[in-house]
Design a protein around this ligand. Sequence first.
Ligand SMILES: NC(=O)C1=CN([C@@H]2O[C@H](COP(=O)(O)OP(=O)(O)OC[C@H]3O[C@@H](n4cnc5c(N)ncnc54)[C@H](OP(=O)(O)O)[C@@H]3O)[C@@H](O)[C@H]2O)[C@@H](O)CC1
Ligand SMILES: Nc1ncnc2c1ncn2[C@@H]1O[C@H](COP(=O)(O)OP(=O)(O)O)[C@@H](O)[C@H]1O
Ligand SMILES: [Mg+2]
Length: 282
Amino acid sequence: MMSTTIVDQHQMLQRYQPMVATTHKGRQGHVLLVGGSYGKMGSVCLSAKAAMKSGCGLVTAFFPQCGYEIVQIAVPEVMVLTDVQDLCISAIHFEIVPNAIGIGSGLGQDAATQQGLYEFLKTNTIPLVLDADALNILALHPDWLSFLAPKTIITPHLKELERLIGKWNNEAELFEKTITFSKKHQLIVVMKGAPTHCIDGDLVYKNTTGNAALATAGSGDVLTGMITSLLAQSYEPIDSALLGVYLHGLTADIALPETGYQSFIASDIISYLGKAYLSLGL
Ligand SMILES: NC(=O)C1=CN([C@@H]2O[C@H](COP(=O)(O)OP(=O)(O)OC[C@H]3O[C@@H](n4cnc5c(N)ncnc54)[C@H](OP(=O)(O)O)[C@@H]3O)[C@@H](O)[C@H]2O)[C@@H](O)CC1
Ligand SMILES: Nc1ncnc2c1ncn2[C@@H]1O[C@H](COP(=O)(O)OP(=O)(O)O)[C@@H](O)[C@H]1O
Ligand SMILES: [Mg+2]
């Protein structure tokens, strides 16, 4: 039986955790973001910067070699690891121990990348957020969904969701199919749209922030970085999803009187994150 919770400021204030005065970067969570391919390195820059600006202490990004200078120059705060291949990811090997991993933005669907994702998912035990091409690859190999631990977060837009669950005829059927999928695989589904709903089995959470200014390239990549950052900071998976989606939308609401709809771009989500956080307190 579906039950819908409205996610507003009151809800968020109950879940938001202020920074502890004596904390240090080693306690604030280490994020690993895996993504990017030739021509899509911007997605990694956006998600990595968004992760940093959402409060985690350390961010490492893993991407193909062609992105090395791009990411180091675009986001100097971020540490980098590169794949053995130049143009796309093929083998996701790392020696760090991150607290959460976000994978998929700009990843592409090359055969080598699909194999690399398979090897990674089969052995990964770290809390995970899956976006974009990681989801498209899973849609091609639905049996790999069994590798995902309970409460793994997926962040599909509606086309990506359709690739995973098939077509629907109306909104009621969309929710029915998504709830069934969430329950079957024990996943938290961030069903991105206007508005975004987070679905955790029969529990449906309807976000109240955001506007059409977010209909711009890279805004989902930013969201992936934010949710992974919150997960690395020890928020529960559902709270990471809810708070990430809420703050992401709020940036656009705060920016609107200053930027209008048209001039707002994904980098502006990151720029307005500070004001969005401040609305919940220091
Ligand atoms: N700067 C960079 O490096 C960037 C890199 N990026 C990376 O590019 C990769 C491809 O991602 P992608 O989402 O553009 O491709 P894809 O899944 O085929 O979707 C396209 C089709 O799906 C639909 N559709 C899209 N959004 C929808 C929505 N919200 N709600 C409903 N439907 C929606 C729409 O179909 P239509 O509605 O027109 O039928 C559209 O034609 C991915 O790795 C991503 O991370 C991007 O993030 C951009 C910035
Ligand atoms: N009209 C809209 N109103 C509110 N939010 C929107 C609107 N259009 C897009 N968004 C939000 O923007 C993000 C788009 O994500 P996505 O399609 O994955 O972008 P990209 O892949 O380019 O990064 C989602 O969080 C979605 O909810
Ligand atoms: Mg996307």
